[in-house]
Design a protein around this ligand. Structure first.
Ligand code: PGA
Length: 255
């Protein structure tokens, strides 16, 4: 079933690929590009140090440059951090906020995430806000409660969504484990998130916001995930490191 929203596939490379390796990937990937469905939006999120190199490759193409994170403040004495303005200067148009690896490993709290969203909005960068439950939370029947709590980060934006907002539903237990959520499970979570969006912004606005699924997406699983009307694309980690696999997932998103 084709989604009413244009599908979006985001490659989250995490801490993989040096700038040189990223260049080699893009030489191959861009050669494949004419065979990919034009109606599917594609974004690549390399490590900060490879953004400039990847951006140079993507500039003449229809593909978008994405970042994996942004700092909570806009400038100043914050050694090692990267601001939204710096990302904008590199033509980044989409940035992840709240990936579970950062919530878990870097102790990112909802208040930090709200500030990151604010910085992105100020810079004119679309946020890709990531939510998802742990296995314990799912087993305890708490999935919707957890998602609802994570969505409260949007409270401080009032009645209209941050411009360009996309969501990614990424159950923590499915990330990098080879154990993806079933299409039904993902679809139910997406429907819950869409009703949350609808309560906030009204049905029309909620219908236009893309909700991606992430967690062990592979070319083999992609067709059944994309058969779900509620799944508007994918946030892909491991499989996005291989040109062929990323290409297959993009193709599946178009069919
Ligand atoms: P994975 O990662 O595809 O390797 O499970 C997804 C993500 O963390 O965004």
């Amino acid at each position: 079933m084709t989604s009413v929203r244009p599908r979006l596939v985001v490659a989250n490379w995490k801490m993989n690929k040096t700038p040189r390796e990223a260049g080699a990937f893009l030489d191959e990937f861009l050669a494949l590009a004419p065979s990919l469905p034009e109606e599917v939006d594609v974004a690549i999120a390399p490590a900060f140090v490879a953004l400039e190199r990847v951006g140079r490759y993507l500039l003449p193409t229809r593909f978008r440059l994405a970042a994996q994170d942004v700092f909570t403040e806009s400038k100043g004495a914050f050694t090692g951090e990267v601001s939204a303005g710096m990302l904008k200067d590199l033509a980044v148009s989409l940035t992840l906020v709240g990936h579970s690896e950062r919530r878990r490993d870097r102790g990112e709290a909802d208040s930090d995430l709200a500030r990151k969203l604010k910085r992105l909005v100020e810079a004119g960068i679309s946020p890709l806000y990531c939510v998802g439950e742990t296995l314990d939370e799912r087993d305890a029947g708490d999935t919707e409660r957890v998602l609802a709590r994570q969505m409260t980060v949007l409270d401080r934006f009032g009645g209209s969504p941050p411009p360009g907002l996309c969501l990614a539903y990424e159950p923590v237990w499915a990330i990098g484990t080879g154990r993806a959520a079933s299409p039904r499970m993902a679809s139910d979570a997406h429907a819950f998130l869409r009703s949350d969006l609808s309560n906030r912004y009204g049905g029309g606005a909620a219908e236009s916001i893309r909700i991606l699924y992430g967690g062990s997406v592979t070319p083999e699983l992609a067709p059944e995930l994309f058969a779900e009307e509620q799944i508007d694309g994918a946030l892909v980690g491991g499989a996005s490191l291989k040109v062929r696999e990323l290409g297959e997932i993009v193709k599946a998103a178009g069919s």
